[in-house]
Design a protein around this ligand. Sequence first.
Ligand SMILES: [Zn+2]
Length: 317
Amino acid sequence: MSVRAALALILSSASPALAEDLQLAFPLDCTLGQDCHIQQYMDRDPSAAAQDYRCSGLTYGGHKGTDFALPDLAAMAAGVTVRAAAPGVVKGLRDGMQDGAPLAQVQGRECGNGVVIDLGAGWETQYCHLKRGSLSVVEGQEIAVGDAIGLVGQSGKAAFPHLHLSLRHNGEPVDPFDPEGSSCDVEPSKTLWQDTPPYRPGGLITLGFADHVPTYADIKAGNANRGTLPTNAPALVIYGYSYGTQKNDVLRLSLAGPNGTVIEKDVQLEKPQAQSFRAIGKRAASAAWPAGRYDGTVTLLRDGRVIDEKTGRLTVQ
Ligand SMILES: [Zn+2]
C-alpha cells in the first residue's frame, strides 16, 4: 500500500472534525417525489417567524431537523427502511412508543422511538418517529453508512408517518442543506449531503379516484384510491393530496374519459397548509359512464407556474 493510500485510509476512518469531512447519505429506502417527500426543513429564522434554507416557508418555528414524509399509513405499514446517513456509534435509543399516539401522551418524548448516533468530534445525528418495535440497532453498536436502523413510523410528536433527521455539532443544530447559513441559494457543493436532495417548495403527495368525496382519514390511511369503478358508479371523483401549499396556490384537477373531458377545475387555496386535499367530481347522469380508460391529472400552480404535477389512470368497466 502506498503512503498516500494508507493516509487516505486513516483520514477516511477518522472522526469528521470539520464539517467539510461530513457527508450525509440519503437516509431512507424511498425516492423523493415518488414515494416520499421532504415535508419540512430546518427553521433558520431565530425569531418567532420560520424560514427554510431557501428563505421560503417549508418549515415551522423552532424545527431543528429535516422531515422526510411517507405518502400515507399504508406505506408505513408496508415498511420503509431508515438507514444511517453517516457512520458512528449508537449513543442512545428508545423504542416501545405507540405510532400515532395522542400528542398529550408524548410530552418530553417528542422524538418518539429514536436513535442518536455519535459521529465523533462533537457531531451527532438523531433519527426520530421510528415505528414501534422496528429498531434494529443496540447501544454502543458501530454503525456504517447505509446500515438499517429501523423503519419509518409515527411515534412521538408526529401528525403523519415520517423520519425526522437532526444533525448537531456540540449540541447545536446544523442544517445539512446550508451548514454555514449563508444565503438563500446555497451552492450544492457547500451542503453536507453526498447528493443534495433537490429543493421543492411544496408539491403533490398523491392523487386518486373514488365514487364519492373521500374522507381525509381515508386519504391519510392510503385506502381512498380506487383504480377501477363500475359503469353505474354514483359519481366519478378525482382528488389531489398536497403538501407545503401557500395562500393563493391553485390545484388544477382534471379527469378525461373515452368521450373527452368529464370534469376540470381550478381550485384556489385560501391559506397555507402543511398538508391538505381537494376533490372534484361529477354525479352520474341517467346513462351509465362509458367504459374504458380515464386519465386524471393534478397540477399544483404557484404564481401561475407549475410546481408539481401527477397523473393517474382509472378504469371504468
Ligand atoms: Zn421534524
